[in-house]
Design a binder for this molecule. Structure first.
Ligand SMILES: [Zn+2]
Length: 431
């Protein structure tokens, strides 16, 4: 199945950061050709479907590298309180009441919100009904990394069951739907997972060829308590336990020492930067410019709607671009290109996904179309597109979305998710 999308401004995010007027040809799930100018008669004759891009911007679908979809119904349930109080009084007590239906409806709502604001790939760390989440992900046609979140503060037998569940998820779903679903191991955090449990997780990762995603160094209090209890920083401790001997992505990384940064760099650990969640929970601001200078891979995450409170990566990009300029009193520490890479090809790298996040022949055909004909995106020329995408665009400017060549949103209408039904069910939610 060949698709030809013409009359678009292509934002490639390739190594030269090329932006040009042209067209793309998608063959099955990948880009076959990405070219400047107009398609030939031959190109048109070869296409099964021809889409007129009408001057829209075509760019890689956005990648959300950290979230918790199952808790989407806790949006607004507990604002303006610190992380630990929030977890203990809002999140965990409410989640104990969650049924399969609630989790499925909440995750579906989150997927609607993500697709409508330009996200094509997401990582989901959650502890309930992840097999059902995998089925939802498959039917949505989104690209997904699934992580069964594990808290290790429980008896040995329960710990082992959680790890076994994660491995089963990996065997059942890793690589399904033409590779759109992958599975990673996910111990929740050092403050909820004792060292003995972390060692078991590392062992399971090595035996099964899985990578690891965990929360790390999110708040100062958590880091201080860890040092008081174990004598070393959580990053150093996780490294000592062997966590970073397997490919790893940490969420947050807000409170890091110079030695921590060195470890993350040496061990090629990626970081999911969640600026809005970190600000809302008063956790602090991650030293992203320092990490980028060291060559650490930075991706962008929203965290859950309970600590953000939305899943619009355009907002997340803008926050990521602005807060570091402010705290450093230096506007040069972030650039629009850097921020867009966090949400595209750096995000793909952080999620261990190859050939994703660029508009390039041979890459996965995950892309979105953005309508530039709005007052807040004018005046527009190719030199300003990256700037507009980071400093001015909104998720609602996205009109179309494709994942692995599958058209999942057309002129703002969702094709793989039943938006009306999902909104109806969300409105009916009560707890
Ligand atoms: Zn999180």
């Amino acid at each position: 199945m060949n698709k030809l999308i013409h009359s678009v401004t292509v934002v490639t995010m390739d190594n030269k950061n090329s932006v040009f007027d042209g067209f793309v040809i998608v063959k099955d799930d990948k880009f076959h050709e990405v070219k400047q100018g107009t398609p030939s008669e031959y190109d048109k004759n070869q296409a099964d479907e021809i889409i007129n891009g009408s001057g829209k911007w075509l760019l890689p679908g956005l990648i959300n590298s950290h979230g918790h979809l199952g808790s989407a119904f806790l949006r607004g349930a507990g604002d303006d309180i610190p992380l630990m109080t929030w977890l203990k009084t809002v999140m965990w007590p409410n989640e104990q009441k969650f049924t399969e239906e609630i989790v499925k409806n909440a995750a579906s709502l989150a997927m609607v919100e993500m697709v409508k604001s330009g996200t094509t790939t997401f990582l989901d760390m959650y502890h309930l009904y992840m097999d059902k989440m995998a089925e939802l992900a498959i039917s949505s046609e989104m690209r997904t990394v699934l992580c069964r979140g594990m808290i290790g503060l429980c008896p040995d037998r329960e710990q082992d069951e959680k790890i076994a569940e994660s491995i089963q998820l990996f065997h059942d779903y890793n690589g399904v739907n033409k590779g759109k679903v992958t599975v990673a191991l996910s111990p929740h955090a050092p403050y909820t997972c004792p060292p003995s449990f972390m060692i078991k997780v590392v062992d399971a990762a090595k035996k099964n060829g899985m990578w690891i995603h965990t929360h790390l160094a999110e708040t100062k209090g958590e880091v201080d308590r860890h040092i008081a209890e174990h004598g070393v920083s959580p990053v150093k401790h996780m490294d000592d336990l062997g966590l970073f001997d397997v490919p790893s992505l940490i969420a947050h990384g807000v409170h890091l020492t110079v030695e921590d940064l060195h470890i993350l760099c040496e061990k090629n650990v990626s970081v999911a930067h969640n600026p809005m969640s970190n600000l809302k929970l008063g956790s602090g601001i991650a030293p992203i410019p320092d990490m980028i200078n060291k060559g650490i891979t930075i991706s962008l995450g929203t965290d859950s709607t309970a600590s953000n409170n939305n899943l619009d990566l355009f907002e997340e990009m803008r926050f990521a671009a602005l807060i570091h300029k402010g705290t450093h009193e230096d506007p040069t520490v972030t650039t629009s290109e850097m921020i867009l890479r966090m949400a595209t090809n750096w995000g793909a790298k952080a999620l261990q996904l190859e050939k994703l996040g660029k508009i390039k022949a041979g890459y996965q055909a995950d892309f979105i179309l953005v309508n530039p004909n709005s007052a807040h995106l004018l005046p527009s020329d190719k030199k300003r597109v990256l700037s507009h995408l980071v400093y001015s665009a909104k998720g609602s400017d996205v009109t179309d979305s494709f994942v692995g060549g599958v058209h999942i949103m057309k002129d703002k209408e969702l094709l793989s998710l039943d938006e009306e039904k999902i909104i109806f069910e969300a409105k009916a939610f009560q707890i």
